[in-house]
Design a protein around this ligand. Sequence first.
Ligand SMILES: *Cc1c(COP(=O)(O)O)cnc(C)c1O
Length: 388
Amino acid sequence: MDQDLMALTHTADEYDRYLHAVVPPVFMNSLHVYDRFEDYCNVDVFKDDEYIYGRSSNPTVHVLERKIAALEHGSRAVVFSSGMAACTAAIMATCKAGSHLICMKNIYEPIKRFLSTVGIPNLNFSVTYVSGNDLQEIEDSIQENTALMILESPATFVFRVIDIEAVTAIARKHNVKTYIDNTCLTPIFQKPLDMGVDIVMHTMSKYIGGHSDIIGGVLVSKDEELMRRMMEEMREWFGGIIGPMEGWLAIRGLRTLEVRMKRHQQVAMAVAEYLEKSDKVKEVYYTGLASHPQADIIKRQQKGHSSLMSIELDASTEKAIEFIDHLRLFGKGCSWGGFESLALCPVYMEPEEEVKTLGVDRGLIRLYCGLEGEENLLEDIEAALKLL
Ligand SMILES: *Cc1c(COP(=O)(O)O)cnc(C)c1O
């Protein structure tokens, strides 16, 4: 039986609990009350059926957590108000004042900003940035006080991957916890907990929500005690809870996650292959292409590919911007994971030093293929390339 599809369509729905409703209800309430004070005192909010107050837990959100835990092969998932709330909770739960962190250079940019504006000045963190491709560099970066490795695969900009099993083996040997951002592939195409990662993060604002209408995040792990801390300390004290309605919309997003991911992949593959053949395109960065320099690792650890890619045109930065402005079906904006295609130059406004560190063109173009279909997207891209 395909357990992923069961998780999306049935896990935790429990018809008989909710008057045989095929869709679990939105528990739009802030508290739960008891007849006897003693019953109230004995509630353990970490348990499946025990609730007190909405900042601790909510039954609708917990349906979502059970589905995502099943999908990621974790024992427990904790949902947050955003991907960043989830990410910073993971950092705060695993690090303490003075901790050293190892972080990939091309990680989701706001994480670096959190480390440089809060982690380093307020919490006395030290951070070593690594490429993620060089195992020796990673092992050499480990210090006595290294508490956490922050990973992402494939990662933003040029969609490089890390060898997840090899990196987690190094981390385990030195007692360092690992965190990975699995947003790009979703649990449908990659299961990092099975490859030794301690904590998986998803922003549900992207593919899981899938309709560009919610902000949310989630952490998943096999470590029950760590997840109890995430919920009872990190989420409860920082207060980054998701609203019940957003939680419910994320459940609705999950119903079609597998279907959408396969379609996104199919469309993106057609677009990447077309762009790779165009003489106006210098480089295409997409994990689905046979020409990807890490194709062997990708084959080993990914079951599929996202619909995100980057390209470099054989032209100036100005021409790159002209090109994306010529695209009619690709909205110019950040984020991704919804039904609508998007384009932008992600490093265009970064300082020179950062662009150098990342080792990409300032005119790098990121394309997100939505659900408009390959025929429409290719027609749009072809027309925009012709105008160059
Ligand atoms: C958008 C994004 C995040 C942040 O998620 P929010 O829900 O916006 O806080 C983290 N990681 C990746 C890869 C993202 O694309």
